[in-house]
Design a protein around this ligand. Structure first.
Ligand SMILES: NC(=O)c1ccc[n+]([C@@H]2O[C@H](COP(=O)([O-])OP(=O)(O)OC[C@H]3O[C@@H](n4cnc5c(N)ncnc54)[C@H](OP(=O)(O)O)[C@@H]3O)[C@@H](O)[C@H]2O)c1
Length: 273
């Protein structure tokens, strides 16, 4: 038993390797930064090369990082990403399934293609990439130091969002399914020394939330018991915990990171909304 509970031991990530999908902006870039600043070799992937190049030059100030341009909904791109990780790092200790898409439209106008795009990015691609990453994750897994899969879900998969105004049916459904996929995979992969957890964020500033922050920030803050949106260091803290020795025994959990929004009915009575 290792009874060194110093922060430098309990949260030590030195020598690990990680793949963060959608690591070129928003929450993914923050998590990639948190990992690389703590000694993890990090690969990021996303579709747009210019954004990736910017993110890469930012991340490389702190440590070892590579970027692979890829659309995770395409099987050939997913294979290329995993081949790149194997070639550069040899194995994988942390897979962060973060890339995500959203589509908002009133029910009567909600297009099939929008529904399919969201489900295919937020759910199907996560499942396929995870399945294909298991051999690489197993290479660095042990009882004392399991490999990790962290799925970025959403509080919208825990409750039905109320402040969004434009309904996001596919998004909520995809994230609720991702939370349950997390539990099913945790049961499957636990015996192979791979933990699987999800984080369910509330509102954080990013490209995905640009519009809603511009128009409804006051409502978002009023709806949250802490009366504010999430901060970058708060997602950084959760990923460090889940990836570290302190998180070794956390498996099959869906961790809300929303200031209590998903357990609250908000500040306003329902009839004043
Ligand atoms: N921000 C929030 O308040 C919030 C709340 C709850 C959950 N989340 C979740 O957090 C995750 C990150 O979102 P974010 O808010 O940080 O948004 P973001 O800034 O728009 O980041 C999304 C990232 O995913 C990449 N991406 C999107 N589709 C992709 C695809 N098919 N293949 C590869 N990469 C793809 C994007 O790059 P390219 O466009 O260049 O591919 C970008 O790097 C998502 O899963 C989202 O649902 C966010």
């Amino acid at each position: 038993m290792n009874s060194d509970y110093s922060l430098s031991n309990l949260f030590n990530l030195e020598g690990k390797t990680a793949l963060v999908t959608g690591g070129s902006s928003g929450l993914g870039l923050n998590m990639a930064k948190a990992l690389v600043q703590n000694g993890v070799k990090v690969a990021i992937c996303s579709r747009r090369k210019e954004k990736m190049d910017l993110a890469l030059s930012d991340l490389r100030k702190f440590g070892d990082c590579i970027a692979i341009t890829a659309d995770i909904t395409l099987p050939e791109d997913r294979s290329r990403v995993l081949e790149g990780v194997e070639q550069y790092f040899g194995c994988l200790s942390i897979l962060v399934n973060n890339a995500g898409a959203n589509w908002g439209a009133p029910l009567a106008e909600y297009p099939d293609e929008g529904f399919e795009k969201v489900i295919s990015t937020n759910l199907n691609a996560v499942f396929a990439l995870t399945r294909d990453a298991v051999p690489l994750l197993k290479k660095s897994a042990s009882v004392e130091n399991p490999s990790r899969i962290v799925n970025i879900g959403s509080m919208d998969g825990l409750h039905v969002p109320v402040v969004q105004r434009v309904p996001t049916f596919a998004y909520s459904a995809s994230k609720a399914a991702l939370h349950h996929l997390t539990r099913a995979l945790a049961v499957e992969l636990g015996p192979q020394c791979i933990t699987v957890n999800a984080v369910a964020p509330g509102f954080f500033e990013s490209r995905m939330t640009d519009y809603i922050f511009e128009h409804y920030l006051q409502d978002i803050e009023a709806d949250c018991p802490l009366r504010r949106v999430g901060q970058a260091e708060e997602i950084a803290g959760v990923i460090i915990y889940l990836a570290s020795r302190a998180g070794n025994y956390t498996n099959g959990a869906v961790i809300p990171l929303d200031g209590g929004t998903s357990v609250s009915k908000g500040a306003k009575p329902w009839d004043e909304r």
